[in-house]
Design a protein around this ligand. Structure first.
Ligand code: G3P
Length: 217
């Protein structure tokens, strides 16, 4: 499973990228707002740092506007994936932009039928929002499983990009179900390294090592 980082915070991306943990980056208008940066400036900086796809989202609500904005965002770098919402107009924009050979990430997906339409419109990525489905006391991971089955049934090449990931279980379950990509905030990716038994075991080793009085260096 590929890891995308869901943030527009350059320092956080750099830390993970230096460790080889970053296969791409996703941003959205809320994340740009949180960064306090200019969208084109910060997106360019991220694109120069990361080799993989960097999603930048359009904000027009009509297809023509999304297409125009998508073409403008694509000028930032070759690794831009244009993000459009899963609306009828978003699907029209997806079809046009993907036909031009551009990467398109169709976002705000909450149903398997929406994902099916996005694949038929030529989406490179479909972004189902797991956490926001969980917020409704449903299981967002069921949607990832349904889309996996449907795409595999018909050989769609659209990559399933599990989004709105908020927990370690989301990461593990997305990998088990076969999401192609998981995009998560830097803190979630870093917390994958944590385990209480690792901390406990390390404490015991350090305590015993101190009793030996030895040094390695
Ligand atoms: O990848 C989409 C993400 O940014 C939304 O996450 O936690 O606001 O639902 P969240």
């Amino acid at each position: 499973m590929k890891f995308f980082v869901d943030t527009a915070e350059v320092d956080a991306i750099r830390e993970l990228n230096d460790l080889g943990m970053v296969d791409g980056v996703t941003t959205n208008p809320s994340l740009i707002m949180k960064s306090g940066r200019d969208i084109k400036e910060v997106t360019k900086e991220i694109c120069e740092m990361v080799d993989g796809p960097v999603s930048a989202e359009t904000v027009a609500l009509d297809a023509d506007g999304m297409i125009a904005e998508g073409r403008e965002l694509a000028k930032i770098a070759d690794n831009i994936a244009i993000k459009v919402p899963l609306t009828w107009d978003g699907l029209k924009a997806c079809k046009v932009l993907s036909s031009e050979g551009r990467m398109v990430n169709v976002t705000l997906c909450f149903s398997a039928n929406q994902a099916l339409l996005a694949a038929k419109a030529g989406a490179t990525f479909i972004s189902p929002f797991i956490g926001r489905i969980d917020d409704l006391s449903l299981d967002g991971m069921d949607l990832i499983g349904d889309i996996r089955t449907i795409y595999d049934n018909y050989g769609f090449e659209t990559q399933i990009l599990a989004a709105s990931i908020r927990s370690l279980n989301h990461m593990k379950d997305a990998a088990l179900i076969g999401a192609d990509v998981a995009t998560a905030p830097p803190a979630v990716i870093k917390s994958m390294a944590n385990h209480v038994l690792t901390d406990k075991g390390l404490d015991a080793f350090m305590s015993d090592w101190a009793k030996t009085g030895q040094k390695i260096l």
